[in-house]
Design a protein around this ligand. Structure first.
Ligand code: ATP
Length: 308
């Protein structure tokens, strides 16, 4: 985008994500877990408008419960904006208007999407032209899921989840997402998983985490039935132990036509994979009739992009 066009403001759209596969290894010396994740960006978006300002300010609105979203310097989008300013020596500030559609603390990376959107928006607003590699570096400093929100599509993440490589995915995959009320804190879910493993309730894999090749094969083939057989989320056992009520919804979804249901990331959002758009619509209707909020989304979709 030219600087003249950017002068009044820039709008960027960034997607939420689902983890189709998530293996959690041991805790590393830095306190983080080594993970292997297959991410897919889905059509539930965050919109961020960036406009010129002397200060760094943020306003948050949207269709989801916004309690818990900080409207100050703790907001991940403001931290992203400050990082770009610092990197290029920008002396002013920016005002960010965030419109959220991704459930907060839901395991779908909404805050990470806001941060990725703010990186792209500030880059365009200030004419920085940092380029994908530099934006990726800044993203990785903000959080493990931020680089994927920049990249979008389908990808494998290793390390903390931020060492990304693109995965080929044919066609589209239809999902029904059930947000499930009050969020779960990601650190709390990891802590609970560690406790369960320490008590030998479940065992950690004895090798470095890796995405099951059959998952990548199913994605390449555009085959939701094969994908459903191999999805997995190591955080699910901990999330379900903290929120046992989710089991009932998982069972209902699986009995009502979903190929499989899984907890998204650290939860509590549930994601049901369906065979096509029509069955997703039917499942959405069944779950809504049972009193649950259910959203039909599809993936893969693009990462954080300026909206002309
Ligand atoms: P992840 O799985 O990446 O940890 P999540 O999808 O479970 O994240 P988010 O909605 O990204 O959850 O937010 C987690 C926490 O981050 C929130 O509870 C909130 O305190 C904080 N936060 C900071 N900035 C934002 C933002 N822009 N939007 C939402 N939450 C934010």
């Amino acid at each position: 985008m030219s600087q003249a066009l950017a002068a009044d403001g820039v709008r960027v759209r960034a997607p939420g994500k689902l983890n189709l596969f998530f293996e959690v290894g041991g805790v590393q010396d830095d306190g983080y877990h080594d993970v292997a994740s297959a991410y897919q960006a889905v059509s539930l978006y965050e919109d961020v408008w960036a406009s010129p300002s002397d200060e760094f300010t943020v306003a948050v609105s949207g269709t989801v419960d916004l309690s818990g979203v900080p409207a100050d310097d703790r907001n991940l989008a403001i931290r992203a904006a400050r990082l770009v300013a610092q990197r290029i020596g920008h002396t002013g500030g920016v005002h960010l208007d965030i419109v959220k559609h991704v459930p907060v603390a839901g395991g779908m990376g909404g805050g990470s999407a806001d941060a990725a959107a703010a990186l792209v928006a500030c880059d365009a607003l200030w004419g920085a032209e940092l380029g994908p590699a530099e934006l990726h570096k800044l993203a990785a400093r903000l959080g493990a899921d931020v680089p994927f929100a920049l990249m979008g599509g389908t990808a494998v993440g290793t390390g903390r989840g931020d060492e990304l490589s693109r995965a080929l995915a044919k066609g589209r995959f239809d999902w029904v997402v059930v947000p499930s009320g009050t969020g779960l804190s990601t650190p709390e879910v990891y802590r609970h998983l560690d406790e369960l493993r320490a008590r030998h309730v479940i065992n950690a894999a004895g090798r470095a985490p890796a995405v099951d090749p059959t998952v990548l094969q199913a994605l390449r083939a555009g085959d939701p039935v094969a994908l459903a057989e191999h999805t997995r989320n190591d955080l699910q056992v901990a999330a379900l132990s903290l929120r046992p009520d989710l089991r009932e919804i998982l069972e209902l979804g699986e009995e009502s036509g979903a190929l499989t249901g899984l907890v998204s990331g650290s939860g509590p959002t549930l994601a049901f994979l369906t065979v096509d758009a029509e069955s997703a619509l039917e499942l959405q209707i069944t779950l809504s009739a049972a009193g649950y909020e259910a959203l039909h989304v599809h993936g893969p979709v693009a990462g954080a992009r300026v909206v002309p």
